[in-house]
Ligand binder design. Structure first.
Ligand SMILES: [Zn+2]
Length: 355
């Protein structure tokens, strides 16, 4: 939720020479195009879908959000490079979030393309399939908010629009990715690397010969991905995220082809910045606990600055406040795992204390 470097809203992408979200099929390497698709009502503005051309058809990294405006733009953008939906052989989806997965699964089932997604996204998909049935009449995020001490925010979220998910948008993939593996894509080899953290089943895809990393939301050039905003709740999402950043640091230094934001020159540089950012946030959380004696995640979140402008918690909208409380909980849980804090489960949320 907070950032380093340039603002996403103003970032020009070197492949297009224009704002990164401007529509088009922008060539990032020979035979690889970046197609930004719109995310209306979303501060992120757009999601980049990458098209890899091979002798055996197209491989798409992520699919975009299944809304008519995105589907039409993907269609015209593919036509502009002499292809169409029928040429898509497979989708490699970085993670289960709607702006990455839903259009991939819709088109994959319509056109017979293989859709691959991390196995550890299955519980989240199953939860979506059960929404509104089986007595699951409230968003599972509300329970997570309550453990963060944010009952009031949970009440406000519960009062918001509760659209039931459309099952067509959330059909299971054809292929579950487990562990690390390699895909042959025409003359290319793509290494699928499991990078849990932002979500449990997140994957990045590296073309080491080309020197590029399809980084999904794991390594974003101008913002940090949300952490702890997953259901069912993951164990130590921040610890997993930081370990996954270290895994990316073990690959060669690669050009970043992110899901949101401009193409960026160095995975090493950005990974180092992201790790330093979270160490800083951990220090701030610990300082807050020491100052207060004991506190819930919500109380600590109110001591921190948010977004790249270091906004006060109270200036955030209620949705961002909930995400901030959950992200703070991820930081506090990691302090507990590092023996720098302890935690007690109370009815009004988990209470932390510096050790
Ligand atoms: Zn995303």
């Amino acid at each position: 939720m907070s950032t380093g470097g340039i603002a996403t809203g103003h970032a020009v992408s070197p492949d297009s020479g224009r704002h990164w979200a401007d529509e088009g099929a922008w060539e990032v390497a020979e035979g690889i195009h970046r197609i930004p698709l719109p995310l209306p009502m979303d501060a992120l503005k757009a999601v980049n879908v990458y098209v890899v051309q091979g002798d055996d058809g197209l491989t798409l990294i992520d699919g975009g959000w299944s809304i008519p405006v995105a589907r039409e733009l993907l269609d015209t953008s593919l036509r502009s490079i002499g292809s169409g939906f029928g040429d898509i052989k497979r989708f490699l989806v970085t993670h289960v979030h709607r702006d990455h997965f839903t259009l991939a699964t819709v088109l994959g089932h319509e056109y017979g393309a293989d859709v691959a997604l991390g196995r550890e996204e299955q519980p989240a998909l199953e939860l979506l399939h059960r929404a509104g049935r089986d007595g699951l009449d409230e968003s599972p995020f509300l329970a997570v908010l309550r453990t963060a001490g944010a009952e009031e925010i949970a009440r406000l979220w519960a009062a918001g629009p509760g659209d039931l998910p459309n099952p067509v948008d959330w059909a299971f993939p054809d292929t579950w990715l487990e562990g690390d593996r390699t895909f042959d894509v025409g003359r290319r080899r793509l290494d699928a690397v499991h990078t849990p953290g932002h979500t449990p089943g997140h994957y990045v895809f590296a073309d080491q010969a080309e020197g590029v990393l399809f980084s999904g939301d794991h390594v974003l050039p101008t913002i940090t991905p949300s952490i702890g905003f997953t259901v069912p709740p993951a164990d130590q999402p921040l610890g997993q995220f930081m370990a996954s950043l270290a895994r990316v640091r073990e690959l060669p230094d690669l050009r970043i082809l992110p899901a949101h934001g401009p193409v960026a020159p160095s995975s090493y540089q950005r990974v180092d910045e992201l790790l330093a950012h979270h160490e800083d946030r951990l220090d701030l959380c610990l300082a807050s606990l020491k100052e207060r004696g004991s506190a819930t995640s919500l109380v600590v979140a109110k001591d921190l600055g948010w977004t790249r402008h270091e906004r006060a918690f109270g200036e955030l909208d209620v949705f961002s406040q909930g995400m901030a409380a959950m992200e703070t909980k991820a930081h506090l849980d990691l302090l507990v795992a590092r023996d720098q804090a302890s935690a007690v489960d109370l009815p009004d949320g988990v209470v932390y204390r510096a050790s």
